[in-house]
Design a protein around this ligand. Structure first.
Ligand SMILES: [Zn+2]
Length: 164
């Protein structure tokens, strides 16, 4: 009777609505992203999980806040650009991402936090990794007296060499 129709308000149903659907494919589930955030000391809020899912679900990638914002919108994930900016910054503070500053004010975020270098493709506005074997033989200048090398950043900007 009317009791039956009120079932959606029972605690069990509310719980069901709040439980995220776990994808059938193992690998990048809600639980994986949540664990990753927790291990990094970040509270797994819904927005962080949504952004983590976009970032870590597709292998190593390089994104800007604007690109990720567009991706979130296309995927019907609703959040402001400011939230995307803040979340990416928090992720990089927690060492989940590496920040790469290009010329101007554009900051790229890299899910591969290990040491490696980049090509910037000017035609398509993309950042890609330079294969390690191409750079391992590069000579480095010695650090100044009394100092040690903390890290080396290199971005090689390239464009299509095809005749126009
Ligand atoms: Zn990279």
């Amino acid at each position: 009777m009317s009791v039956e129709r009120n079932m959606p308000n029972s605690p069990g149903s509310v719980q069901n609505r709040l439980t995220p659907r776990t994808p059938a494919v193992p690998g990048c589930s809600f639980a994986n992203v949540r664990d990753r955030l927790q291990r990094a000391g970040l509270r797994p809020t819904r927005q962080r999980i949504a952004i983590g899912w976009l970032l870590f679900g597709k292998g190593d990638r390089h994104v800007t806040a604007e690109k990720l914002f567009d991706e979130a919108r296309a995927g019907k994930v609703h959040m402001s650009l400011a939230t995307v900016y803040n979340t990416l910054h928090q992720f990089s503070e927690a060492s989940l991402l590496r920040e790469i500053a290009l010329y101007g004010s554009t900051v790229w975020y890299d899910t591969n936090t290990g040491p490696h270098f980049h090509f910037y493709l000017a035609d398509s506005d993309e950042l890609i990794d330079i294969p390690q074997e191409l750079v391992s033989a590069l000579p480095l200048p010695p650090a100044p007296e009394g100092m040690e090398i903390l890290g080396v950043d290199m971005i090689v900007r390239v464009r299509s060499s095809a005749p126009v």
